[in-house]
Design a protein around this ligand. Structure first.
Ligand SMILES: NC(=O)c1ccc[n+]([C@@H]2O[C@H](COP(=O)([O-])OP(=O)(O)OC[C@H]3O[C@@H](n4cnc5c(N)ncnc54)[C@H](O)[C@@H]3O)[C@@H](O)[C@H]2O)c1
Length: 595
């Protein structure tokens, strides 16, 4: 039950009522001290006596104004799900609430989003249809009831909860999936994978960041190949979209619907743990519960422009990425010391040196002495710097604790479909084209489809390694099937071809013209600080030696990408295409770049 303090804006009453009835919550409107019932309370019994007497005060000052309503309602949803009565001051609400968003969120997502906002409790979505609450001696995720703020420097909206009672443990379990089912193993695709297919049948792989672009495609691919897969994600990527008013070109289903759909098509179960890996208590529970043999770690803030928006996003990126990875390393050491860490790094860690880029290490002779040393890193954003620091932490823990790790220094990923995501619309992957999260080739295809000139930053000679998303999933599978040795810190450069930005623009122009599109290219001032003409030759042989069969960028792929972009062009927000973040103008003041 929710009690809303007056004055509730007129426009808000309708949708609050709809949301509450959809979520089966009752709520009261308190007006001039006269409670007025807008919607009857649910007849469900209170779920927890303890929570019913919880007293909470809330600070919403950190909520971004355009998402205040979202924050309120998610928080309310969460508390309601615990049976708590809540007082919310409504006077400062703006109207930008998106009803579409609410229609697409399931109750579990409301709860999960509230979790993201509060960042302190631990939520496991598991496979049964039993009640939400269990007593604390069950083997489910537990969390402390002392909800104090945990990520005070986060740009994620945060709530400060103060509890007057002593902290107590309770168990929260949200349920959407039918009973767990063993997935039959299928044949592997390459020589090296076949060789280890026996291993793959029993391996349990935790995909951190499995709701994201690379993670979702990888989770499905591994599940199809017979691995037991669990996704760990705090859904913060979806929250970034809401904050910045961005959206994927392709409509993407909620993580729960995605997993349900996968189960109904293939019979395979993917376990889901919703929570923040920066919360070590949560991570501990996921490790103890799932007992992974391998962890694939995609779960980071992965946009260089996002990290350069303002100070708070820079701090968030480094905190989220570095502390998250550090927690994963500690969890492996503490609970699964034989677990193989497959960590997604980036080719951007190397920068653009005027010599060939090796795979992780370089042998140097200096003053008559020779050593093989980590290849020098020259990161060019706070995001890339977080990846460099991750690599150092992983290398150190391999040496100090004997952890086995593979750092996949990935190039820029393009493409939409993998064999698995193409199986059903509910399985579609996200496709970012905006100036913050969009990667070059994906963005160019969308620009060509909607008649927007391709935006080349500066001279366009910036050269990078690229790969098809179908190769991302293949590379990860290869790394898992051929694990690093204990104490080994292995580095693979994960890309298949190099292109300059000008070359990509020329390829998209040619492919667009074949489809009858009039494709123009413009030069825009480069918002980044980077070399615009430079030498670039990066090695990438180790994954090929393990059996990678690359999908090279062909006319047919560009055709299909462009056709996808044309199919969804009504969803394109052209305001989001131009670069909006300047490396030089980053400041301390929080920015709302959608405004
Ligand atoms: N996409 C590319 O072109 C590319 C290129 C090179 C490297 N990479 C690396 O690959 C990884 C995945 O990239 P992507 O494009 O799939 O990104 P993405 O943003 O689509 O997915 C990342 C996922 O991680 C989750 N996440 C973030 N922080 C988390 C946390 N603290 N706890 C739990 N979950 C968290 C997000 O909610 C999201 O679902 C990143 O580490 C990125 O640096 C990507």
């Amino acid at each position: 039950m929710v009690a809303l303090c007056s004055p509730v804006p007129e426009y808000a009453k309708g949708w609050i009522s709809r949301i509450c009835s959809r979520l089966r919550f009752g709520f009261f409107l308190l007006k001039d001290s006269e409670p007025k019932i807008l919607s009857q309370p649910s007849t469900r019994p209170p779920r927890s006596k303890f929570f019913a007497s919880l007293s909470i005060s809330i600070s919403f000052t950190a909520l971004y104004s355009c998402h205040s309503v979202l924050g309120y309602v998610h928080f309310a949803s969460y508390l309601c799900s615990l049976g708590v009565c809540l007082n919310v001051p409504m006077e400062n609400l703006a109207e930008p609430i998106s009803l579409r968003l609410f229609k697409t969120l399931s109750i579990v997502e409301h709860v999960a989003m509230a979790h993201v906002l509060s960042t302190s409790c631990c939520l496991k979505i598991s496979s049964s249809k039993e009640s939400y609450f269990k007593s604390s001696n069950d083997n489910f995720t537990s969390f402390s009831a002392s909800f104090t703020s945990k990520i005070c420097k986060s740009p994620v909206p945060r709530l400060v909860w103060q509890e007057k009672r002593l902290p107590r443990k309770c168990i929260f379990r949200a349920t959407t999936l039918p009973a767990n089912q063993e997935a039959p193993a299928t044949q592997s695709s390459s020589g090296s994978l076949d060789a280890s297919s026996e291993l793959s049948k029993t391996q349990r792989v935790m995909v951190i960041g499995g709701d994201g672009y690379c993670g979702w495609a990888t989770a499905l691919h591994l599940s199809k190949k017979g691995y037991e897969v669990a996704i760990v994600d705090n859904l913060v990527r979806r929250l970034f979209d809401h904050q910045l008013s961005l959206d994927s070109l392709t409509p993407i289903s909620s993580i729960h619907n995605r997993i349900r759909c996968w189960k109904s098509i293939t019979g395979k179960t993917i376990e889901l743990f919703i929570g923040d890996i920066c919360d070590f208590e949560f991570l501990t529970e996921t490790f103890k519960s799932f007992e992974p043999d391998a962890v694939v770690h995609f779960g980071e803030q992965r946009s260089a422009p996002y990290s350069m928006i303002d100070r708070s996003r820079a701090v968030f990126t480094q905190h989220n990425n570095v502390i998250g990875t550090l927690n994963v390393l500690f969890a492996i050491k503490e609970f699964r010391e034989d677990c193989h860490l497959v960590k997604l790094g980036t080719m951007g860690e190397y920068g653009t040196p005027n010599i060939d880029i090796e795979e992780g290490y370089i042998t140097i002779t200096h003053n008559g002495r020779t050593d093989t040393l980590p290849y020098p890193k020259q990161a060019s954003s706070f995001y890339h710097l977080s990846k460099v620091h991750d690599s150092h932490n992983i290398a150190f823990t391999c040496k100090a604790w004997g952890i086995r790790a593979t750092d996949l220094n990935q190039g820029v990923v393009y493409g939409l479909r993998t064999e698995e995501t193409a199986m059903h619309e509910e399985l579609y992957n996200r496709f970012d084209y905006d100036g913050v999260f969009g990667t070059a080739l994906n963005r160019f295809c969308v620009q060509a489809a909607v008649g927007h000139p391709l935006t080349v930053y500066g001279k366009g000679g910036q050269t990078r390694g690229y790969l098809d998303i179908r190769d991302t999933v293949q590379c990860v599978e290869l790394a898992i099937a051929n694990p690093a040795n204990p104490g080994e810190f292995r580095v693979f450069n994960q890309f298949t071809e190099q292109f300059s930005v000008n070359e990509l623009a020329a390829l998209v122009t040619k492919a667009g013209e074949k489809l009858g599109l009039n494709v123009q290219t413009i030069t825009v001032p480069n918002p980044r600080v980077e070399a615009e003409e430079h030498y670039y030759n990066a090695k990438h042989t180790k994954l090929v030696e393990l059996g990678l069969k690359p999908h090279l960028l062909s006319d047919s792929l560009l055709d299909s990408l462009l056709n996808f972009a044309i199919k969804f062009k009504d969803r394109v927000d052209t305001k989001q295409i131009m670069p909006s973040v300047s490396w030089r103008k980053i400041g301390v003041k929080p920015r709302t770049i959608a405004a």
